[in-house]
Design a protein around this ligand. Structure first.
Ligand SMILES: NC(=O)c1ccc[n+]([C@@H]2O[C@H](COP(=O)([O-])OP(=O)(O)OC[C@H]3O[C@@H](n4cnc5c(N)ncnc54)[C@H](OP(=O)(O)O)[C@@H]3O)[C@@H](O)[C@H]2O)c1
Length: 254
């Protein structure tokens, strides 16, 4: 597995970091990118020195993505997987969500993800055996939590991209799948949860029959999608949400 390099974009915290950790534990080699990779290097460099390359990068620098992808291809000889987990959320009423808010969200959540898939589908950028790419969407693209319309749009665009892109990439043995995540306990979600009062927190927890997710819950499914075990699987977006979307609000509550 050591020759299987996986790029984790957004690896410094949350779901990306948990995925980088699991990949390293399972014997993959990892290129880890985010703006701040120092603590990641501190945690992993000793144990996995030869299998970890930390490459700091700000993914909103879309005009520099081509050079970034070339650098990663050169470092690895071609990646066999990529998780795009860099992202941000903004909760704002629709009337305050002006074009600059949309631009900020799409510039990190959407455009780099599409561009990295495109760049790493070029000859030499992915490995001889093909590759597997995973993008992360959100329940916000499917249900109406107040203030999340623009964030949901930035994620829904990824889901719209996946089927047609996957169909084109299949001829190169590149697989592309997405995950719709429910609430996973990370810096991103905690900044909203911490602002809730006790009643709102209870209501949130009641919406998750299996409880809120841990980053490791997302990581284990992502690593499966990145692995050869999922070799017949492409073009799909799966929901991983602790039973959130399986429950119904029309049940008689206790
Ligand atoms: N947590 C949830 O409940 C949840 C639910 C649905 C979907 N998601 C999606 O899952 C993905 C990961 O979320 P998370 O909860 O793990 O978030 P998180 O804990 O806030 O981590 C976000 C990651 O993105 C990186 N990042 C942010 N801005 C960046 C930039 N400009 N350039 C490079 N890297 C950047 C951060 O690193 P630096 O700050 O070091 O750059 C960090 O590694 C996001 O796309 C999010 O929308 C999360």
């Amino acid at each position: 597995m050591t020759d299987r390099w996986v790029l984790v974009a957004g690896a410094s915290r949350g779901i990306g970091r948990a995925t980088a950790r699991l990949l390293l534990e399972e014997g993959y080699s990892v290129v880890a990118s985010a703006r701040n990779v120092d603590s990641l290097e501190e945690e992993f460099a000793n144990a996995y020195k030869d299998r970890l390359k930390a490459v700091p990068f700000d993914f909103t620098q879309i005009e520099k993505l081509r050079d970034y992808a070339s650098e990663i291809a050169g470092l690895t000889g071609g990646i066999s997987g990529m998780l795009y987990a860099a992202g941000m959320q903004k909760t704002l009423p629709l009337t305050q969500s002006n074009p600059s808010v949309a631009n900020e969200l799409f510039r990190l959540n959407t455009f780099p993800a599409l561009e990295l898939v495109r760049l790493f589908a070029k000859k030499g950028a992915y490995g001889a055996e093909g590759a597997s790419f995973v993008l992360l969407s959100s329940m916000a693209a499917h249900e109406g939590a107040l203030g999340t319309a623009f964030y949901g749009a930035s994620k829904g665009a990824l889901e719209g991209f996946i089927p047609a892109a996957a169909a084109e990439l299949a001829m190169k043995k590149i697989r592309l799948n997405g995950l719709v995540l429910g609430v996973v306990k990370t810096d991103m979600s905690m900044q909203f949860i911490e602002k809730m009062n006790a009643e709102q927190k209870d209501a949130l927890h009641a919406e998750y029959p299996l409880g809120l997710g841990e980053p490791e819950d997302a990581a284990s499914f992502i690593v499966y999608l990145l692995s050869e075990k999922a070799r017949w699987l492409t073009g799909q977006t799966f929901t991983l949400d602790g039973g959130h979307s399986a429950r119904t609000t029309y049940s008689v509550r206790r």
